[in-house]
Ligand binder design. Structure first.
Ligand code: AMP
Length: 197
């Protein structure tokens, strides 16, 4: 079983999304606090990012925001989050997200969330990171992504083994178990990162 003490959560900045996504985010936030798990996130004050931070803070949990300075300059940072790291740019932010985290969680989101998720899947495929990655498929939001990844495997753009890099779950309460029970992954993944012939 994987020990999970700190997670990074990728999620939407938009506030104009259905309430069901906020509810799912709140349920996750409570679960993380109950299990004394620290949360690292993008530092935003609105959308699912804001909801996540608000929930964790309301329940006396630990949340760490990581944001590029240019976003602080336009006041996008969450004012109640006291543990903040302001970094030079988006690249450094994504690197810092991974510092000391035991698992990665993607909630529904737009291109920012998708990009962050695709980057960690790519790094995992190369064996550069080995942590479990769990994708919250609230109400089928991520069905098209799951279909896309399956197609990548079916058409040999990726190998069957790569399916072990991610877990899709429907409910926030399934996330922690999915992280804890994710198949082990090793740096040796570079050996089968792609088909040579
Ligand atoms: P998205 O899933 O497209 O909403 O992207 C989430 C990511 O977009 C965050 O991790 C940030 O990189 C960036 N982002 C966009 N808008 C904001 C905002 N208002 N506050 C903080 N981060 C934002």
């Amino acid at each position: 079983m994987n020990e999970i003490n700190r997670v990074c959560v990728y999620c939407a900045s938009s506030a104009k999304i259905d309430q069901k996504y906020f509810d799912a985010t709140e349920r996750l936030g409570k679960q993380l606090v109950t299990n004394q798990i620290e949360v690292v996130y993008g530092g935003g004050a609105v959308g699912l990012m804001g909801k996540l931070a608000d929930t964790v803070l309301e329940h006396d949990g630990e949340v760490i925001g990581i944001m590029p300075q240019f976003m602080r300059n336009v006041e996008l940072h969450h004012k109640k989050v006291s543990r903040f790291h302001f970094v030079a740019d988006m690249h450094e932010r994504k690197k810092r997200f991974l510092d000391g985290v035991d698992g990665l969680i993607a909630l529904p989101g737009g291109c920012g969330t998708l990009e962050e998720l695709m980057e960690v899947l790519t790094l995992k495929r190369l064996g550069i990171l080995t942590q479990p990655i769990v994708i919250l498929n609230t109400d089928g939001f991520y069905d098209p992504l799951e279909t896309m990844l399956e197609r990548c495997i079916d058409e040999n753009f990726m190998a069957q083994e790569h399916r072990n890099m991610w877990t899709f779950v429907r409910e926030p309460e399934e996330i922690l178990n999915a992280l804890r029970e994710a198949p082990p992954w090793s740096k040796d993944a570079i050996q089968f990162a792609t088909f040579k012939e």
